[in-house]
Design a protein around this ligand. Structure first.
Ligand code: ADP
Length: 548
């Protein structure tokens, strides 16, 4: 079995040897071996490839120099004694006549090398058959979602297909879409024609010199752009693409290890809701009883519930800690909110859930992402809102909405605790303070100090050192608040957020953070005492729309 990764790998030539091929699509749990033998700045995909080749008994590999990382992987693989066959195919960066001749010569060299290794003879007619029978592209006149950027792998692709079950998904990443136009060709000229087609007709990857036409004639209903840390080629393309505000674009960055599927699902579901692909349900209600709706937001830190009457008036509410588990907390939050509204569960007409635990609570209630729910909730709390800043326990989001409370665009930080409520919670613990004390004390700062550690754990050490140096606690907290504010402001700038701003999520109760964020944005932020309930309010409003 010959393993490969790049879409420029000459699979049709390998078919001329009757050799089976398999695309390496690595998602190892750890990259211990790669960390030991490769440069630390190797991208996640490179490390995952090395790890998989090492652990999965891979014996035959062909690499192309489609990017610098492949050359480095090749150098590492040269030291792997278990590999029987390792070939590095140099790939020209453009498709002029000289480059086509060069690529033809390199393919011929590969054929000779493989013949010597396998003692098989290359059968050009089998290669031609494989070339002529490549699968066609899906019909682009049907609505489609385009996955592009760096290699995303089958896990991401499957998740996208699950999220968009009724539209085509086109894999245009650097390892997908091998499609080339085909033409009848005789055996004598085949390798030249093939080299020309691969270099000039295959949709170019970003490592090629001429990429101007990469996105020409592309009219997907949405583009999902996959990037990877240290992958400059695709990082730059994304930077340019995101300037086109008319293209619905979702950026997903992974590191080729199995990611937190909950966070990925939230992003994809929210994108589907924004594109209108995931339609809101409608429920028929046959009742002459009064209408009551529950919205439940199952977050990482708190589970919040809202009861609304048919006039969208909030008549019951609750906030409980999620600690005991999503289902139990949701039951408890709903029970308390019902008691607050003087209602029983069987009086509820509809329930809608949101938050990370949304699909595991509410007994098959409809579930909607917190992005859409915060948009509805924020519009309800403050109809002038254009930009929502939601800082919760485990992530922060900035959502731009239109005058009807519909999501226009959103960004999320869910990779690192810095800039989230959890960062502040850890510092409050280090300072032995309650969250309310942290919030209040942060307002009374005198000296403007900066906490330079980006990481939650290192920031905690920095705080402890500052306390030992007798720095005023209020100044330390102000430094922490500034750090959260600066990370959040950069998210706001990323999606060109503009006033009016509203802050939702639990951290909206931290007056010190709000003050720093107002300074960083040079704008007022609307704060409502129901900020933490915003997701649940949005869910209840959607529940109301469903029965209307
Ligand atoms: P999630 O939706 O992820 O459960 P929340 O929106 O409930 O998160 O926000 C939780 C965060 O809110 C906590 O991590 C904490 O930092 C902050 N928070 C909660 N209560 C307070 C408070 N009284 N004062 C200041 N911050 C608070």
């Amino acid at each position: 079995m010959m393993y490969y990764t790049c879409k420029y790998t000459p699979l049709e030539i390998l078919a001329g040897f009757d050799v089976e091929t398999c695309r390496l699509d690595p998602h190892p749990d750890t990259v211990d071996c790669a960390n030991g033998c490769a440069h630390p700045n190797l991208c996640g995909f490179g490390k995952a490839l090395i790890e998989t080749i090492h652990t999965q008994n891979v014996r035959e590999v062909i690499l192309t120099d489609c990017c610098d990382v492949m050359r480095r992987i090749y150098d590492v693989l040269l030291t792997f004694e278990d590999l029987d066959f390792l070939y590095f195919l140099p790939l020209p960066h453009k498709g002029g006549p000289l480059e086509v001749n060069l690529y033809e010569a390199r393919i011929k060299d590969f054929i000779q090398t493989y013949e010597a290794y396998s003692h098989k003879t290359f059968d050009v007619n089998k290669a031609i058959q494989a070339y002529l029978h490549q699968p066609d592209l899906p019909d682009k006149t049907d609505p489609y979602i385009r996955l592009t950027g760096a290699h995303g792998g089958h896990l991401l692709l499957e998740k996208i297909k699950d999220t968009f079950p009724n539209v085509n998904v086109m894999d245009d990443t650097c390892s997908g879409n091998r499609y080339v136009e085909k033409e009848e060709v005789d055996a004598d000229h085949f390798i030249h024609v093939y080299a020309n087609h691969v270099l000039n007709q295959r949709k170019p990857c970003m490592r090629m010199l001429h990429t101007e036409n990469r996105n020409k004639d592309e009219h997907p209903i949405g583009t999902i752009y996959h990037t990877m840390k240290f992958c400059d080629y695709y990082g730059f393309e994304y930077m340019n693409m995101k300037e086109d505000v008319n293209m619905p674009l979702l950026k997903i960055e992974t590191d080729a290890t199995p990611q937190s599927s909950g966070q990925l699902k939230t992003r994809l579901d929210a994108f589907a809701e924004t594109l209108g692909v995931k339609k809101q349900q409608s429920r028929k209600v046959h009742t002459d009883q009064p209408i009551y709706i529950a919205g439940i937001d199952s977050g990482s830190t708190s589970t919040d519930a809202i009861i609304m009457d048919e006039n969208a008036k909030i008549i019951g509410r609750s906030i409980v800690a999620t600690g005991i588990g999503a289902t139990q907390s949701a039951d408890k939050a709903l029970q308390i909110a019902l008691e607050d509204a003087h209602l029983s569960k069987d009086q509820l007409t509809n329930v809608v859930t949101t938050g990370y635990g949304r699909e595991n609570i509410g007994n098959h209630a409809d579930s909607v992402t917190e992005i859409t729910c915060h948009a509805k909730g924020a519009h309800y709390l403050h109809p002038e809102t254009k930009t929502i800043i939601d800082i919760g326990g485990q992530d922060s989001k900035v959502i731009r909405i239109d005058a009807q409370g519909i999501v226009e665009n959103f960004v999320m930080n869910d990779k690192c605790a810095a800039g989230t409520g959890r960062f502040l919670d850890a510092q409050a613990r280090a300072l032995n303070m309650s969250l309310a004390e942290l919030s209040e004390t942060g307002l009374h700062w005198k000296n403007d100090i900066t906490i330079s550690s980006m990481c939650t754990v290192f920031a905690e050490s920095e705080v402890i050192s500052l306390v030992a140096d007798n720095v005023a606690i209020s100044d330390i907290i102000h430094g922490l608040n500034k750090s959260v504010a600066s990370k959040t402001a950069s998210l706001v700038h990323r999606i060109k957020g503009e006033p009016e701003f509203i802050m939702t999520g639990g951290v909206a109760q931290n007056a010190g953070v709000v003050q720093c964020l107002e300074q960083a944005l040079d704008a007022k932020i609307y704060i409502d005492d129901r900020a933490q309930l915003c997701g649940a309010i949005g869910a209840a409003l959607i529940g109301l729309e469903e029965i209307r």
